[in-house]
Each structure stands twice: as structure tokens, then as C-alpha cells.
Design a binder for this molecule. Structure first.
Ligand code: MTE
Ligand code: MO
Length: 209
């Protein structure tokens, strides 16, 4: 007779990466992080002003249907609310943030990445760039968000529009997003070429490369 309960539990542990040295498994707080109640601001020293009439969002590159959206056109896309946690490489985490915006999957449905598209490069109004794999962007909790806790996102935090990828360190979530470029080849972004990890999974503590 097999101990089904024990086997199930061990299988669950394997899925969660439990018992890996340094990994916190399925715990909500990733290893090496501490919880904060405020929301720190991190940028390159510039917080670009992007008024709605000047706003443009391009989604292009290796896609069948490139898009170039005005603010009104972006806001006319199907909107959704999502609650998620943030984890910054500087070791703070913030739980239960309520976001409003357009899900990555809605955008992917419209632009239709070509079969050769494997990576996504985010370009921001301050010149910042960051890169993820298409499969990291193509997740149900990934959004381009304009509101936090029901109010427009503060300019300091990337308003009018920023990327939100809750399951990666926050440097992958570009603020003041201007362009979403789909590419066949990977192209490390601002921090990725300065020693940050390309994959950026907080539960694997992928801080630096
Ligand atoms: N456009 C842009 N996006 C950016 C950055 C930046 O400098 N410019 N900094 C990144 C880093 S390092 C972090 S930790 C988060 C910080 O977001 P916050 O200031 O809203 O906390 O934004 C990320 N997105
Ligand atoms: Mo950061």
C-alpha cells in the first residue's frame, strides 16, 4: 500500500521548490524580502511628464498587427482590475495592490505575435528599457496599468501608464511605458546590462547575474 498523502505532499513540495536552499517555496514573501506598507519610488532621476494629448503607445516588432494607440484608444480597450504583490530587488515587498488597466493577454490577442517572437522589450519615456521573455509577459496577472487603488497612478510611480509583472522583480515593470517591442532575439535592458539578472524571479532570488 502506498502512502498517497505523503506522496501528494512531496509532489506538491517539488512543484513549489520547497527545501531548496535559500528558496522560500510557496511562501508569499520571497527570500530576502521585507514587507513595507508605504510604496518607495525608484527611478533614474527623471520623472517624465506625459500628458494625455502627447501620450502614444506603440506595440510593434515581430507581430502580425502592429498598433499605435492614443490615450483614448488605449482606454477604450477592455479594462480589468487585478490585485497583486510587488517585490523590489532592493528588498521591499508590498502586498495587495489593486491595479486597473489592460491585460497583456488582451494586447497579445490584438497584435498577434509572429511565431518568431520570443522576447518583449519595454521602452519608456525616460529612456529606460527592460526585457522579458514572451512567456513571462503572456501571463494572466500581467497588465499595462493606469490606476492604483482606484486612482490614476502618480507620475512618480510611472503614470500615466506602466507595466506590471507581479511575479518578477519590479525593475521589469517599466514605468512611463511608450513602446512594447516584440523580438526574436533577446536584448538586455538598462539594469540587465548593469549586472541585474535577466530572469528576475524573486522566489529564486535572481537579483544579479
Ligand atoms: N521607465 C522606468 N521604469 C522603471 C524604472 C525607471 O528608472 N524608469 N525603475 C525600475 C526599478 S529599478 C524599480 S524598483 C521600479 C520602481 O517602481 P516604483 O518607483 O513605482 O516603486 O520601477 C522600475 N521601472
Ligand atoms: Mo529597482
Amino acid at each position: 500500500m502506498t502512502n498517497d498523502k505523503l506522496i501528494d505532499r512531496k509532489q506538491q513540495w517539488a512543484r513549489e521548490g520547497r527545501l531548496l536552499t535559500g528558496a522560500a517555496g510557496a511562501d508569499r514573501l520571497p527570500p530576502g524580502q521585507r514587507l513595507v506598507k508605504d510604496w518607495p519610488v525608484l527611478d533614474l532621476g527623471e520623472q517624465p511628464a506625459v500628458p494625455p494629448e502627447k501620450f502614444r503607445l506603440d506595440l510593434d516588432g515581430a507581430v502580425a498587427h502592429p498598433l499605435s494607440l492614443s490615450w483614448d484608444e488605449f482606454m477604450a480597450l477592455p479594462q480589468a482590475e487585478s490585485v497583486s504583490d510587488m517585490h523590489c530587488v532592493t528588498q521591499w515587498s508590498r502586498y495587495d495592490n489593486t491595479w486597473t488597466g489592460v491585460s497583456a493577454r488582451v494586447l497579445l490577442e490584438r497584435v498577434k505575435p509572429r511565431p518568431d517572437a520570443q522576447h518583449v522589450i519595454f521602452h519608456a519615456y525616460d529612456g529606460y528599457t527592460t526585457n522579458v521573455r514572451l512567456e513571462q509577459f503572456d501571463q494572466p496577472d500581467v497588465f499595462l496599468v493606469h490606476s492604483w487603488e482606484g486612482k490614476p497612478i502618480d507620475r512618480r510611480h510611472g503614470g500615466p501608464l506602466r507595466v506590471l509583472i507581479p511575479r518578477l522583480y519590479l525593475w521589469k515593470s517599466a514605468k512611463w511605458i511608450r513602446r512594447v517591442e516584440f523580438t526574436a532575439a533577446d536584448r538586455p535592458g538598462f539594469w540587465e546590462v548593469r549586472g541585474y539578472n535577466n530572469n528576475a524571479d524573486p522566489w529564486q532570488e535572481e537579483r544579479y547575474s
